[in-house]
Ligand binder design. Structure first.
Ligand SMILES: Cc1cc2nc3c(=O)[nH]c(=O)nc-3n(C[C@H](O)[C@H](O)[C@H](O)COP(=O)(O)O)c2cc1C
Length: 205
């Protein structure tokens, strides 16, 4: 019996020591994860503050924000009826809701604003509109807010037309849902060139 105890004691000590190491590793891992989450949250808050500052600087009243009505389904965003689709004054583009958000279609107002034809953009992502002054962090944050469940997200960015000319894009992003299931199927964006409105405001100052 004594012999068994003597043999068991060191094993037990090793087991306890092992468990302690596992516990400590667990605690360190949890602390690391917590710090990472905190860092992410702080970064997001900083981006959102910068974004809000850009929005405030771009337009100091809410007229553009509140006047943008957002389609709820793919059929509303890009109707099959070509006349209806192309008479919509809102510059609309629809993307997939996965991957790098490849575009699946746009209307005439979007083509007029961006200079690309619909057939040129299908299967491509919005980076075709981006350049050195694009607010990439703000856009990334806006898209991640859609995934967090926000129904309408605004962001201002500099974009570039096909001919390379710049415009100030007040972008409204929203999810599109399947009518029957309510499941998110795509994202829609409404682009608004607010360059003129900024110029008007600056000339009034
Ligand atoms: C529906 C939709 C429309 C978008 N439209 C534009 C746009 O007009 N201009 C732009 O610069 N980025 C636009 N983006 C954002 C880019 O596609 C991309 O998500 C963003 O630049 C972040 O990309 P990254 O995570 O690869 O850096 C749009 C995204 C979505 C989901």
């Amino acid at each position: 019996m004594v012999a068994i105890m003597k043999k068991a004691k060191p094993d037990l000590r090793a087991t306890i020591a092992g468990a302690k190491i596992v516990q400590e590793k667990d605690a360190t891992w949890k602390k690391l994860c917590m710090m990472q989450r905190l860092r992410k949250r702080l970064k997001r808050r900083k981006i959102q503050k910068e974004n809000e500052a850009i929005l405030r600087a771009a337009i100091d009243d809410a007229t553009i924000t509140s006047s943008v009505s957002v389609p709820k389904t793919l059929a509303e965003a890009l109707p099959d009826d070509a006349q209806k689709k192309n008479n919509d004054p809102r510059a609309i583009v629809v993307t997939e809701a996965t991957g790098s958000f490849n575009m699946i279609g746009c209307n005439k107002a979007w083509e007029n604003l961006c200079g690309f034809a619909e057939c040129e953009i299908i299967g491509k992502d919005s980076s075709i509109l981006q350049g050195p002054d694009t607010n990439v962090d703000g856009l990334r944050d806006a898209v991640s807010r859609l995934f967090d469940g926000e129904q309408k997200v605004n962001v201002v960015t500099t974009n570039y037309r096909k001919d390379g000319s710049k415009f100030t894009n007040f972008l409204t992003l929203a999810p599109l849902r399947d009518d029957a299931t309510g499941k998110m199927t795509h994202f829609v964006a409404i682009l608004n060139d607010i360059g003129e409105s900024i110029a008007r405001k600056t000339s009034q100052v």
